[in-house]
Write a protein that binds this ligand. Sequence first.
Ligand SMILES: Cc1cc2nc3c(=O)[nH]c(=O)nc-3n(C[C@H](O)[C@H](O)[C@H](O)COP(=O)(O)OP(=O)(O)OC[C@H]3O[C@@H](n4cnc5c(N)ncnc54)[C@H](O)[C@@H]3O)c2cc1C
Ligand SMILES: NC(=O)c1ccc[n+]([C@@H]2O[C@H](COP(=O)([O-])OP(=O)(O)OC[C@H]3O[C@@H](n4cnc5c(N)ncnc54)[C@H](OP(=O)(O)O)[C@@H]3O)[C@@H](O)[C@H]2O)c1
Length: 515
Amino acid sequence: MGIVGAGVSGLAACKHVLDKGFSPVVFEADRSIGGVWAHTLESTRLQAPTTAYRFSDMAWPESVTEAYPSHHKVMKYIRSYACKFQLLKYIKFNSQVLGVEYLGATEEEIMSWEQWSSNGTAFGTGKDGGWRITVKDLKVGDTQVFQVDFLILCIGRHSGTPNIPKIPANGPELFKGKILHSLDYSYMDNVAHFVKGKHITIIGSGKSAFDIAAEVAKVNGAVQPCTIIYRTRHWLVHKSSIWGVDLSYFYLNRISQLLLHKPGEGFLRYMLATALSPLRWAISKVIETYFKWSIPLQKHGMVPDYSFSFAMSSCSIAMLPEGFYDRVDEGSIILKKSKAFNFSSDGIILQDRKERIKSDIVILATGFRGDQKLRDIFTANWCRKIVAGSPDTSAPLYRECIHPRIPQLAIVGYSESLTNIYASERMANWVAHFLAGGFKLPSITCMEKSVAEWAKYKNVYNGKYFRRSCISTINIWLNDLLCQDIGCNPKRKKGFLAEWFQPYGPADYEGLSCR
Ligand SMILES: Cc1cc2nc3c(=O)[nH]c(=O)nc-3n(C[C@H](O)[C@H](O)[C@H](O)COP(=O)(O)OP(=O)(O)OC[C@H]3O[C@@H](n4cnc5c(N)ncnc54)[C@H](O)[C@@H]3O)c2cc1C
Ligand SMILES: NC(=O)c1ccc[n+]([C@@H]2O[C@H](COP(=O)([O-])OP(=O)(O)OC[C@H]3O[C@@H](n4cnc5c(N)ncnc54)[C@H](OP(=O)(O)O)[C@@H]3O)[C@@H](O)[C@H]2O)c1
């Protein structure tokens, strides 16, 4: 059993396969566990409450009382999980997987199968199928080859491979300053020294862009304002409740799921969701009104063009750094909208406004190419081609973790949710049951049909961000399917009212072990 990655997804996978009696080897390129949490901005905090960002079988310590703890505390929590379940001894650190290659059947044979791995089970017929893993020891420099019967990829979406915008030719060469990605920034020590007194321009309007701007503003103030150049306004909000009611009551309980269409929902649910969609619209409007009233979005021209409900269902929502608009008001941060930009020798040119922004350092907070990273880990072209879908489709993963055509392999942590640890751990648990023979996968045709239904959902509710594979507001729907597959009752709450109205979260699945 091989696992690649020891972020929260890899650790969850390791723990759950151990529970089923397997002995995994975890390959981790870094020198420590934690993935994105091991290298991040000093100001990074958890964006979700600790009750939502946790493993099902380990609550946060009572000593952590703040709603959104710092990344140091998140790392401490992740470390204690690894220690509690004695996971560290299974991890090979500084071990970068250079490539993985399927051994056994040829591409043609695999494409002719009607069942996944030839017979719908984790290990196929057991006839020399498996994965060859080429691993580079980053400390020593040598390369070793391992062979495993089953491989779980937990390599993360928001780490490793930066998304670098396509910039018109010659632009970057002209520019005399420094260009870096938010990923490079998050690995830097002493960023205050790096940005002090410099003209900083940040591209992007996601959480990384806002966090970096807030850090720079703290160092340089209004004397040397930093500029954010954005093309889309997003819902970055200061809290996860309105008038004291947590947003999870509107989006993360069973009742809220009745208001939206779900993959493979059937006629009655379809009709109900259609009838109730005005209610979903109304809820969104109320929440938007609250945030427009409590954050000076209108004043700064930062009201998004899309609904709050869309932000929730497409994972586009994020937490605003503390006092962000105070920094904008005092002139430490300047916000500029522009669809496209290029470089000049001394900074950035906003193409649609023909405006120049003097810059010493340009930070591309333009997100990550998790799809590229996933493709690149495969040696065979046929796997690279199909694993993450095409530019027009989301990654075609059955139950968000199995590619119908790639045998003896699962991918955990690719699809996103509002709290990723919650989604990843459910998938890890499902994969472990599958490995232990708890159930068989349906035929490849059935899996592909299901994948197509989920893709349809993502096109509607993730819109132009369909490639994020965000399952946030139907996480319960997915968890129900995962529970049914492994033979567990998906209804995890005590009592009718709790079942329908209480938000679902990781703790509801504590100790889940069925069949
Ligand atoms: C700064 C930041 C803050 C975030 N905050 C939140 C939050 O508050 N709430 C939330 O829900 N989500 C948050 N996220 C999203 C975050 O990505 C997930 O919550 C979660 O931590 C992802 O875990 P993972 O294990 O799937 O991936 P990662 O954390 O990315 O871990 C992947 C691991 O795989 C290893 N790896 C990759 N490729 C290879 C290879 N070829 N060989 C060997 N090892 C490899 C990497 O070194 C890494 O350790 C945040 C993301 C970022 C960037
Ligand atoms: N807990 C924390 O404190 C924390 C901190 C950082 C990140 N995170 C999480 O990590 C994940 C990644 O966040 P992120 O902010 O790094 O990436 P992101 O959410 O993917 O945002 C990328 C931003 O870059 C913009 N962009 C991409 N390509 C561009 C181009 N060619 N030209 C101009 N703009 C471009 C995008 O604009 P469009 O929207 O127009 O595409 C978007 O605003 C998110 O889930 C986030 O919530 C959490």
